[in-house]
Design a protein around this ligand. Sequence first.
Ligand SMILES: [Zn+2]
Length: 281
Amino acid sequence: MATWNIGDVSITKVLEMEKHWPFSALLPGAEEVIDDLDWLRPDFVTDEGRMKLSIHALVIESDGQTIIVDTCCGNNKDRPGAPAFDNLETDFLGELSRCGFSPTDVDVVLSTHLHVDHVGWNTQLIDGTWVPTFPNAEYLFVRPEFEHWAAEPQDYGPVFEDSVQPIIDAGLATVVEADHQITANISLELTAGHTPGHVSVVIESGNDMALITGDMTHHPVQFAHPEMASSADWRQDMSTATRFEAYKKWSDGRLVIGTHFAGRTAGRLKPVGDVWSFEVD
Ligand SMILES: [Zn+2]
């Protein structure tokens, strides 16, 4: 279990699964640069040169609130367009429990965006019906993201239908703006491009600061190559502009926690010429 403390706030990684894929699956061209970046190993690249991709939730404890950021893929979901996530049977809820959290403890659920691997455990299948996994939580949806996917089917499968609509039907959904403040220590920052209303999460307490990337960065190789957009990005030119702008801001010494970063998952950006390296914490 990995936990980071930022002033009075703690953040815990809850793993659903780790995948090792060829870089070409998500970041074409990365294969040609990874051997020049020795800091990518061992956390983020396998000995064989494959991309390590972690699917995990991050649970934040702040001001007596328990907030889960990104609920991974979920179980029993039909994902014909994403075979790696289709009809899973993982022990994510067991892992959540081993990390010290019960679903009933969760006060807030936040998705950085509404892709298949960020909303899955919003719901679970009970007696043939999708019900909220976190029955006492307020689920926050960021307005431009929510409005986009309410109208646009996802290639992966019925993601909105099985993981968002049941939350609305249960009366647990709240639509918020992209600069929403969740607690005194936690706020959202629009980092659009991967999806229309994608947000990152800013954590500030005392003199400490941390940042949860979401999928505006899939892999730390992008810190050294911010121009490298993901094939899953909605608008690659926008995501690239967002990465350059964000990395400049985020290289102020804050802890950067990756939503798909494997291994030790968190580190700090260090300027190297016009780009950055990543020093694992
Ligand atoms: Zn993702």
